[in-house]
Design a protein around this ligand. Structure first.
Ligand SMILES: *Cc1c(COP(=O)(O)O)cnc(C)c1O
Length: 351
């Protein structure tokens, strides 16, 4: 039986995507070849890559000032690529420190130059989104994390900054409508809300590149990847294709607007129960609660065994909190049906 999959990532994808991905592995487009054995330079795959890049721009409503790249190395690779490409040799960058991933991004950027942490919730165990800061033009760029996967906080508004705006959207990309043109560079590892592990989408405004004054190794240079249309080296063909299928599914089902309505309904359902049920409490500031990852814990730890047995019995997978935080985390990415959240809420109610 299919589980109710609340895994934080790799995450649930639409069932149709699993089916079509499986079909493509056996035979792609009636070509007599598996997707896994065909040249990435073949007409069939070049068409996949072209459409995978185009659909991101359509969904984000972005014009041709932007380029879309599919890169290997995970979102973690972008922690250093961003700095390598955008942080000038004696410049400085502004970062917010809102969670483990943000802290990792800061750590890598520091290898390339000066980093000022303009807002941090580290001392409060990352339980809120810092908001009182400003970022001036003395910075080469500002970097933020839109959704903090481990702690379950999410930026509801983005600051007006006087420099380039860079955002790690790994765990809430395409979950809600945003003015994506406010950003100069967006990146997201596919495996949270967009596809399988193995590929990262980067959306970048072309005009910001080539200004850092650094000699960037080819494979880390966004301009090289743009010139080669994401085919500088062999791209991760299967994750690219499965990501395309996921985005087509999104586009064919009402786009981001429809996904956002569903995501808000799922989040309301679980947070209402967390707040209503005296046995549970949430981890973070209510106004900053993520629609994607809801973190909570049992107030009475003696109920743990009963609760854990009950949700497993109900066919729920992936509810344990991140190993650094404990408790529970319900990740409710686009593909998770609201029925799965209802199952979880019913288990919480029955405790
Ligand atoms: C998971 C995650 C990452 C790391 O992604 P990898 O693809 O594993 O490198 C970075 N940022 C955020 C917000 C994440 O959730």
């Amino acid at each position: 039986m299919k589980k109710h999959n609340f895994s934080a990532g790799p995450c649930i994808l639409p069932q149709e995507v699993f089916q079509k991905s499986a079909d493509a592995i056996l035979e792609f487009n009636g070509s007599g070849l598996s997707l896994l054995e065909m040249s990435h330079r073949s007409k069939d795959f070049v068409a996949v890559m072209d459409e995978a890049r185009a659909i991101v721009k359509r969904l984000m409503n972005l014009n041709d000032d932007y380029e879309v790249l599919y890169l290997g190395g995970g979102a973690s690779m972008q922690f250093l690529m961003v700095a390598y490409n955008l942080l000038s040799t004696n410049g400085k960058a502004a970062y917010t420190n809102t969670g483990t991933w943000a802290a990792n991004a800061i750590k890598e950027a520091k290898r390339f130059g000066n980093v000022d942490v303009v807002g941090s919730s580290k001392e409060e165990n990352y339980s809120f989104i810092p908001k009182d800061y400003s970022v001036g033009s003395e910075y080469d760029y500002f970097h933020c994390t839109s959704n903090n996967t481990i702690y379950g906080t999410q930026m509801k508004d983005f600051p007006e900054v006087d420099t380039l705006m860079v955002c790690d959207m790994s765990s809430d990309i395409f979950s809600r409508q945003l003015d994506f043109s406010k950003f100069d560079l967006i990146y997201a590892g596919a495996q949270k809300n967009m596809g399988p592990a193995g590929v990262t989408v980067v959306v970048v405004k072309k005009e910001i590149l080539g200004k850092s004054g650094r000699d960037i190794p080819s494979i880390l240079d966004y301009e090289v990847h743009i010139k080669k249309e994401s085919m500088f080296n062999t791209p991760p063909v299967f994750p690219v294709y499965a990501t395309l299928l996921t985005l087509q599914h999104l586009e064919n089902n009402g786009g981001i607007a429809a996904a956002e309505i569903k995501n808000n309904a799922k989040a309301k359902l679980i947070y209402d129960e967390i707040d209503r049920n005296p046995l549970f409490e949430g981890f973070c500031a209510k106004e900053d609660r993520s629609t994607m990852n809801a973190g909570f814990k049992l107030i009475d730890e003696s109920k743990k065994e009963t609760f854990d047995a009950a949700w497993k019995e109900a066919g729920i997978n992936g509810l344990n909190g991140h190993r650094s935080l404990g408790g529970y985390r319900a990740s409710m990415y686009n593909a998770l049906p609201i029925e799965s959240v209802e199952v979880l809420v019913n288990v919480m109610k029955s405790l």
